[in-house]
Design a protein around this ligand. Structure first.
Ligand code: SAH
Length: 264
């Protein structure tokens, strides 16, 4: 009988292959089979060994998608066939994106599994526009949160607003107006700086700096769509944004007050 294979859940980072870990590159080069998210960029996949079989198992919110159970079954059957399977996931495998569920499914099937960190897009997006997320002059931490709640779950945005910590919101574009209303109702000032970054670290990255009260309108005007990260509060006002090349100039200058610094 063939030796059982194993699965590596590998973080593909935000898109720029230079942001991959060395361990991720080694995994891509050793893989027999790669099950790739559609957030894993082509430039990252180009580093895979030419002999690896690449299976695209993308599933983007609202679009036709590969069911999660199918992906899990495929990982198990490929590993049982003796293959080294790389499950390549955008950003970090354990930050949203269901990596935890995949690990549980593999453990339940008795398949050996290791996890390789990637740079999560929330951190990459903030860094790409020059926002130090935990700059001590502004805040004592940061919150990573999804803007796309699973059925039956309800994020208490007012409670998050009350923490005063910057919010790094994944999958928040579609629900942006509702999130904004709740944050304002929770006491965040309309003048709180807000940044949106689409395609962080990719060739088509573009970004917007505005204020919480202008956010839904300016997002719509800017054409920024998913995949994008929102950073609200903290040092967001330090952002050096890059509007979309073809619309540069049509986006009005943001009038964002410098956020108040904490006393040292
Ligand atoms: N595991 C991933 C997140 C998966 S959830 C990670 O750690 O980054 C999918 C969401 O991630 C997208 O809707 C978007 O909010 C964000 N995202 C992923 N790649 C991105 C990128 N290059 N730029 C901006 N946002 C990105």
């Amino acid at each position: 009988m063939k030796k059982p294979g194993k699965v590596l859940l590998v973080g593909a980072g935000p898109g720029d292959p230079d942001l991959l870990t060395v361990k991720a590159v080694k995994a891509l080069q050793a893989a027999d089979v790669i099950l790739a998210d559609d957030l894993a960029s082509d430039a990252v996949l180009a580093l895979a060994s030419p002999g690896a079989r690449v299976i695209h198992v993308g599933k983007r919110g609202g679009c036709k998608s590969t069911p999660q159970e199918f992906i899990e079954r495929l990982m198990v059957s490929e590993a049982r066939a003796g293959n080294l399977v790389v499950r390549l996931k955008g950003g970090d495998p354990f930050i949203f994106g269901r990596g935890g569920e995949e690990l549980e499914a593999l453990r339940a099937a008795g398949i050996e599994c290791d996890v390789v960190n990637g740079i999560t897009s929330g951190l990459a997006a903030a860094t790409s526009v020059g926002v130090p997320l935990t700059h001590r002059d502004f805040c004592a931490g940061a919150i990573l949160v999804t803007g796309h709640e699973r059925e039956g779950a309800k994020t208490d945005w007012r409670a998050l607003a009350a923490t005063g910590l910057p919010l790094v919101i994944y999958m928040g574009i579609a629900n942006c107006a509702a999130i904004q209303r709740e944050l304002l109702a929770g006491g965040l000032a309309g003048s709180t700086p807000a940044v949106a970054v689409q395609g962080a670290s990719r060739g088509d990255e573009h970004s917007l700096l505005t204020t919480l009260d202008q956010l839904p309108q300016e997002l719509a005007d800017s054409g920024i769509t998913s995949p994008a990260i929102l950073v609200i509060g903290g040092a967001a006002s330090l952002a050096q944004v890059r509007p979309r090349a073809e619309s540069a100039g049509s986006i009005p200058e943001a009038h964002v007050p410098r956020a108040r610094r904490l006393p040292r």
